[in-house]
Design a protein around this ligand. Structure first.
Ligand code: SF4
Length: 378
């Protein structure tokens, strides 16, 4: 039970958590900062139900900071396969090595130092400091921004710096009182309650205001503005880029190329990319020393990055002849069955394309059943 002198907002949340909050998630009931850190990073942009099996596998493979720091980046990215936003996996790996080098392998216990790790922002650092060390810090992830913007009836898009600063101020003002009798583990329960309320009650679509413990004080509810808050990002048209992805098929396998360690899809396995208006035959010949036959085209689709939209033209191709070096593959290119590819570190559009290959009768027939009698080594 919360202290009776605790500010109403925190007291109501803590009471509500006692009845409805989540208390047995795999990363709860531990003070291990490493395990809490992994869960907080995985939970960024990914739902709890998706994270649970990944979290268990990841901790089994890398039970502590030393194991993660000693792993190869390729191995870490392969473990991340299917979870998306691979920069999170890259940053975890980089941060583990930094903890070993700069902190003697001991996870830092101050929010400032935690925030200095790659991939850890202010809110994530605060959550780790709360759950691992019981420190009194405010969090402000997307769910909390939504709750506060509604509760205080705040106009303006929360991503704008000045609005975000106001939300941080509110988040700090609302924290349960520090120290003293009754503080107990309130900060952890309060923080978890905010997260749970955002995930299960004050959701983006169709919030359940009727059962919300904050309803009485919520301005958006009282003024019937729940649907309009928080305000959307002001309309901004992203520039569009175009690319063609080559789906090179041979003996039930598809050629993927490993991207460079920096830039878009860094260190991930992708279909080879062909610039704009190149002739496909000439390009495959020049870059891969390969003769190809064109298969019926597949539909174009878009993938949206933060700063641009990529229009992707998939080009399915049957390999007719190729050099022995490419046939064997090397560190930069490799032939994958679809199952192998889906278990490797591949970005979301490549995963999406594999699903489309499965749906395309002609392409999947070539992939699985066609005769390869035309094929021969050069
Ligand atoms: S009353 Fe509705 S809008 Fe307000 S905090 Fe609760 S769920 Fe969110």
């Amino acid at each position: 039970m919360p202290d009776k002198n605790m500010p109403e907002f925190a007291a109501k949340l803590i009471d509500w958590h006692g009845l409805h909050g989540r208390k047995n998630l795999p990363w709860q009931n531990t003070r291990d900062p490493y395990a809490i850190w992994i869960s907080e990073i995985m939970l960024q942009q990914t739902q709890v139900s998706t994270v649970i099996p990944y979290y268990a596998r990841f901790l089994q493979r890398y039970p502590d900071i030393g194991a993660l720091a000693a792993a190869s980046l390729d191995d870490v990215l392969a473990q991340w396969s299917g979870l998306g936003y691979y920069s999170r996996g890259r940053n975890l790996h980089k941060a583990a090595r930094r903890i070993v080098e700069d902190h003697g392998g001991k996870f830092p216990d101050k929010a400032d130092a935690i925030q200095g790790l790659p991939g850890v922002g202010r809110s994530t650092a605060a959550a780790i400091a709360v759950f691992a060390y019981g420190k009194r810090h405010a969090i402000l992830d997307g769910n909390v921004k939504r709750i506060l913007a509604r509760y205080f009836g705040m106009d303006g898009y929360p991503g704008v710096k000045t609005n975000e600063r106001r939300l941080w101020e509110k988040a700090e003002e609302l924290l349960p009182d520090p120290g003293g009798a009754g503080m107990g583990n309130h900060i952890e329960v309060y923080t978890q309650a905010l997260m749970d309320l955002g995930a299960t009650v004050c959701t983006r679509a169709r919030p359940k205001c009727a059962v919300c413990p904050l309803r009485e004080g919520c301005l958006a509810f009282r003024e019937s503005r729940v649907r309009e808050l928080p305000m959307r990002r002001p309309g901004k048209r992203l520039p569009e880029r175009k690319t063609s992805l080559l789906i090179l098929i041979r003996q039930g396998k598809i050629l993927l190329e490993k991207r460079l360690p920096a830039g878009v899809w860094a260190s991930l396995w992708c279909f080879p990319e062909m610039p704009g208006d190149e002739d496909t035959h000439a390009y495959c010949n020049r870059c891969f020393n390969m003769e190809v036959g064109l298969l019926p085209p597949m539909d174009e689709f878009h993938h949206t990055f933060t700063h641009f939209r990529l229009k992707i033209r998939p080009l399915p191709l049957q390999v007719v002849s190729l050099s022995p070096e490419i046939a064997e593959g090397d560190a930069g290119v490799k032939w994958f069955t679809p199952d192998e590819a889906l278990g490797a570190a591949i970005p979301a559009p490549v995963r999406k394309l594999f699903a489309r290959i499965d749906d395309s009768r002609t392409v999947s027939r070539v992939l699985w059943h066609s005769s390869y009698s035309l094929e021969h080594a050069k």
